[in-house]
Write a protein that binds this ligand. Structure first.
Ligand SMILES: Cc1cc2nc3c(=O)[nH]c(=O)nc-3n(C[C@H](O)[C@H](O)[C@H](O)COP(=O)(O)OP(=O)(O)OC[C@H]3O[C@@H](n4cnc5c(N)ncnc54)[C@H](O)[C@@H]3O)c2cc1C
Length: 493
């Protein structure tokens, strides 16, 4: 029998969404934040470029428009309105709490621009270390209990009510009962061979949701970042922030040719899906290597504006901004996720909420506008906290949940299947898709699910299946979902 702990609120995830939900819950509430590994192993910590806020009331309609244009008009308009209107209040809240965003010599906030934004409206911190600064800031402010090395492997749900979760805490199974449970477990990066994400972001909780019949939405819209250095031995590949292109860096082939203009008149400033696809198709067509070129930047300015990137690349032998860096697109962000309402409530399951990259609030539509995700995490985390305080989630009794998976989390061959899955997701469910590849991926997933595998791999496969099925169901290209053989698909039906 596993040990039992009781809390008012359980928050699964210690990234921006989890920590900012907690920051908006009073100290007298008995809340527990858990994370799988050390708290800084999360996507929030690795975010570079910045966080969007509408500059003022007048900018709100323009921010909404930019978000919807990037999202291929697949966005939920109400959610985008909430995101943009409440962004100003979120900025003021962070400033009031003392968040050190970058300012000029007169103390004015510095705003930068990224692809597909019509104006400079992105706040940053530590130059290009926005996520790290925000994470450190929220960790320092946190007054709730935070428990690391706690891997959630099941949600306790019965008759439309969530009672908490089961987790492995330092390798021991624990039942964590909670009146309210918040999923803030991030995206799905580890499903792809090439990805920019933290190793902790592996779609476990999405997979539990699939198992429990909780809807995932817009899962075909996986975002690939165009400028990633993939030649490292680690699973997490090195991102070169969008802000570099916003500030004027060029994408060139090995001859220095800026080929992007053949694909979109905005060149480097087209949205991520367009730039990623253009690089993928140009490389396939010409066999040439593609680079990010910073040689136009003043060295001193570059080192001050992008200290993190300068340092990281110096460690692997690059002298920026003089050297150009070979790039490839890589998986970056899950536009889709666990379906929820505008307060992060998960329909049909009382006491269960979702915020951050794990959620599908509908703000991103078919493709996320750069730097909107930290903002989404903050805006909707605050709303989740509001909902928890308003909803009457008090637990009366606790059903007996007999099934436990504590001894079945891993099986011998899981690692090999996991790697194969990551290869297949990259090859067949990546930037450019076709029906045959998607069907092959589906077959692999279903075959593997029938083998002797551990629970954590099964959860990954559940999420991968949701992505593949969503991709098969959307027959036409839209936003970040690109089908190469649309006409053939239609003809085959
Ligand atoms: C390299 C990089 C750069 C980025 N740059 C920007 C940017 O400039 N601007 C922007 O807006 N967005 C950016 N993003 C996206 C943004 O950082 C993320 O979308 C956002 O930080 C997600 O926050 P989150 O709190 O939802 O999840 P995360 O910060 O990823 O946190 C997830 C948490 O869940 C925990 N967890 C996961 N599974 C379990 C489990 N089974 N049990 C227990 N705990 C679990 C993890 O341990 C972690 O604590 C970037 C992303 C990356 C990877």
């Amino acid at each position: 029998m596993s040990e039992i702990k009781k809390y008012d609120v359980l928050i699964i995830g210690a990234g921006l969404a989890g920590l900012y939900t907690a920051a908006n819950l009073p100290a007298n509430l008995n809340a527990l934040i858990v994370c799988k590994d050390v708290p800084w192993e999360c996507n929030t910590f690795y975010a570079q470029g910045g966080i969007v806020t509408a500059l003022d009331e007048e900018d709100v309609p323009f921010h909404i428009q930019d978000t919807i244009n990037a999202g291929a008009r697949h966005n939920k308009l109400k959610a985008v309105e909430v995101l943009s209107k409440e962004s100003i209040e979120i900025r003021e809240d962070f400033l009031k709490r003392g968040m050190p965003f970058d300012v000029d010599e007169n103390g004015n906030l510095l705003y930068t621009k990224e692809a597909a934004h019509s104006t400079n409206r992105i706040l940053h911190a530590g130059g290009d270390a926005t996520g790290r600064y925000m994470h450190k800031f929220l960790m320092e402010q946190n007054y709730h209990k935070l428990q690391r090395n706690t891997l959630v492997y099941d949600l306790l749900i019965e008759n439309g009510r969530c009672y908490g979760a089961r987790a492995m805490v330092n390798y021991k199974p624990v039942t964590i009962q909670a009146s309210s449970t918040v999923i803030a477990s991030g995206g799905i990066g580890s499903l792809y061979k090439y990805n920019t994400n933290s190793r902790t972001v592996s779609a476990d909780i999405h997979g539990i949701c699939v198992e429990k019949g909780i809807a995932l939405k817009d899962m075909e819209f996986m975002q690939f970042h165009p400028t990633v250095f993939v030649k490292t031995p680690f699973a997490r590949k090195l991102l070169l922030t969008e802000a570099l292109r916003g500030e004027g860096a060029h994408i060139v082939d090995e001859d220095g040719y800026r080929f992007l203009f053949e694909y979109d008149k905005r060149g480097e400033l087209a949205s991520r899906d367009i730039v990623s696809r253009a690089i993928f198709l140009y490389k396939r067509k010409t066999g040439k290597k593609v680079y990010l070129d910073f040689s136009m930047f003043d060295e001193k300015w570059f080192h001050k504006r992008f200290p993190n990137i300068t340092k990281t690349f110096a460690k692997i032998g690059y002298n920026l901004p003089k050297d150009r860096v070979e790039i490839s697109p890589a998986f970056h962000y899950a536009n889709g996720g666990i379906e929820c309402d505008l307060y992060g409530r998960i329909p049909g399951v009382k006491g269960l909420y979702v915020a951050g990259e794990a959620a599908c609030t509908g703000v991103h539509g078919a493709n996320r506008l750069a730097s909107n995700s930290l903002l989404e995490g903050a805006v909707f985390a605050k709303r989740v906290a509001t909902a928890i305080l308003n909803d009457k989630n008090c637990l009366v009794g606790h059903p007996k949940f007999d099934k436990d998976y504590d001894t079945q989390l891993h099986e011998e061959n899981d690692k090999a299947y996991k790697h194969k899955l990551r290869e297949i997701m990259w090859k067949d469910v990546g930037i450019v898709r076709n029906k045959q590849g998607l069907l092959e991926a589906k077959n692999f997933i279903y075959d593997t699910k029938n083998k002797k595998i551990g629970r954590l791999l099964e959860l990954r496969l559940n999420t991968a299946a949701a992505i593949v099925n969503a991709a098969l169901n959307r027959k036409e290209s839209l936003g970040s979902h690109y089908i190469e053989d649309e006409t053939q698909n239609k003809g085959n039906e």
